[in-house]
Design a protein around this ligand. Structure first.
Ligand code: ATP
Ligand code: MG
Length: 453
């Protein structure tokens, strides 16, 4: 019904990007459930409005509200300048160089407040490929709307009147489950190539199709991502991998030709038969955890994505005569160095990755004090989860994972027994109840402590 109404108004979802008067929907039409709103976001819009400014919830939060999904965070758009916003809140910080925004903090929650951006792009500072480097001009709401990426991300919601303002046919595209970039797709990707990754993420996450015109230039323009600072690519990759739909995102990236050459990490992940099973398991595990609201560590995720590269080099160093542990460290260095140029993994993350990898040979040492020492390792849980993934993927014998599950759960006395009965079948574990699959371990033989120490 709304659909028809909109089509009559705008001639379909193709509302002209220069629209200055939005489609206005009341609560009956948009049916947003106000209980999905963050009370802090409402506090921010109320405070700004009481001070005489315009203020709206904007972007992904409105999109999610319209889809009946609880937004994970809230952005607010206003005509107040960053300075004016800052003055109204006790804990507010102006951040950012490219675009100044204000972080308003309430306990654990952060509300991002942006001033409406102007449309005067001609003056903006760009790099030689046309990527916008800096522009901080303020403008009207309709100008702000044109600057947003997709029609479904360019709607404004006023909690006090419960109205939605839609400048670019976003409502229609929500109904049609379509991702459509605002303006001329080629120009928008050139301004900011990261939008190509965003469209893929949203399509996979929301299960939306990508409008033909929005999709068409991507395969040709994909290499532009190479000019984007690696820290920004990393941020976007992390969002993609932590979206709860990582597998779907990676599949879609592949379909759009976005994984080739420009993201070596993904080349490795998706084109390596050996590691494919491992990576698939790791990502579906991650997706599952995220959907259950459990925490996921980026270190674990990237450790998994790069594991088979490490494994290959680890074996090569051992074949060349290095001992198990030094060989593993050399392999880790190689892989992390090779990755560094394209993907800026923060030190905090690489140190987690190293910890998780370095723990793996220690799980093989089931003699003397070694297993007891490992129990005290601060990252034992992550290392152990990683071990179970290796078992489940068939890389190593399930028995090792089962043994560790039992060992970790056991009391002192049972641990002694376990130490003495290592190789026999042990008490059933939660990780391994279902089946005992036949696994092969020819590649692992030279890694066992028995043959290496
Ligand atoms: P998510 O669910 O991932 O948070 P989101 O749409 O809220 O999705 P954000 O990165 O939080 O994404 O951005 C908030 C809003 O800012 C977007 O909805 C969009 O309107 C605008 N935006 C973000 N990135 C861009 C971009 N690269 N180009 C244009 N507009 C953007
Ligand atoms: Mg957001």
């Amino acid at each position: 019904m709304i659909n028809k109404f909109i089509r009559r108004l705008f001639g379909g979802a193709q509302a002209a990007p220069s629209n200055t008067s939005p489609l206005v929907l009341g609560s009956k039409q948009h049916a947003i459930n106000p209980s999905l709103l963050s009370s802090n976001a409402v506090r921010v819009t109320n405070t700004l409005q009481q001070a005489g400014f315009k203020a709206f919830v904007v972007g992904g939060a409105v999109r999610d509200l319209l889809l009946g999904i609880k937004p994970k965070d809230f952005d607010v758009a206003t005509n107040a300048t960053p300075e004016e916003v800052k003055r109204l809140f006790r804990r507010a910080f102006i951040i950012g160089r490219r675009f100044q925004i204000v972080h308003v903090i309430f306990g654990q929650e952060l509300i991002e407040v942006t001033t409406f951006r102007g449309s005067a792009m001609e003056g903006a500072l760009k790099d030689e490929h046309g990527r916008v480097l800096r522009d901080n001009t303020f403008g009207e709401q309709h100008e702000d709307a044109v600057r947003r990426d997709f029609t479904i991300n360019a709607m404004y919601y006023d909690p006090s009147t419960q109205t939605v303002l839609d400048y670019h046919g976003g409502i229609a595209d929500i109904k049609n489950k379509t991702l459509r970039i605002i303006g001329v797709p080629e120009a928008r990707y050139r301004e900011d190539p990261v939008r190509m990754l965003r469209v893929v993420r949203f399509a996979a996450k929301l299960n939306f199709k990508i409008a033909a015109e929005t999709r068409k230039p991507i395969s040709v323009m994909a290499p532009l991502i190479n000019n984007v600072p690696s820290a920004r690519v990393f941020d976007e990759m992390l969002k993609l991998l932590m979206s709860g739909h990582a597998m779907a995102c990676l599949r879609q990236l592949r379909e759009e030709g976005l994984h080739h050459g420009l993201l070596p990490l993904l080349d490795v992940v998706l084109e390596q038969p050996l590691g494919e099973k491992f990576v698939t398991l790791a990502l579906s595990n991650t997706d599952e955890r995220i959907r259950q609201g459990k925490p996921v560590s980026p270190g674990f995720l990237f450790a998994a994505l790069l594991w088979h590269q490490v494994l290959e080099k680890w074996q090569a160093y051992q074949a060349a005569g290095e001992l198990t542990i030094p060989a593993l460290h050399l392999a880790a260095d190689d892989v992390l160095d090779g990755q560094a140029e394209q993907l800026a993994l923060q030190r905090r993350i690489t140190s987690d990755m190293r910890d998780i990898w370095a723990m793996q040979p220690r799980f093989l040492r089931r003699v003397g004090r070694s297993p007891y020492k490992l129990l005290e390792h601060p990252r034992l849980r992550a290392g152990y989860d990683f071990l179970l993934l290796r078992c489940a993927s068939g890389e190593i014998e399930e028995e090792l994972g089962t043994w560790w599950t039992s060992f970790m759960l056991a009391d002192e006395e049972d641990r002694e027994i376990l130490m003495n009965t290592q190789q026999t079948s042990l008490a059933p574990s939660s990780a391994n109840k279902k089946r005992r699959r036949r696994t092969h371990r020819p590649r692992q033989k030279n890694m066992s402590p028995e043959s290496n120490s």
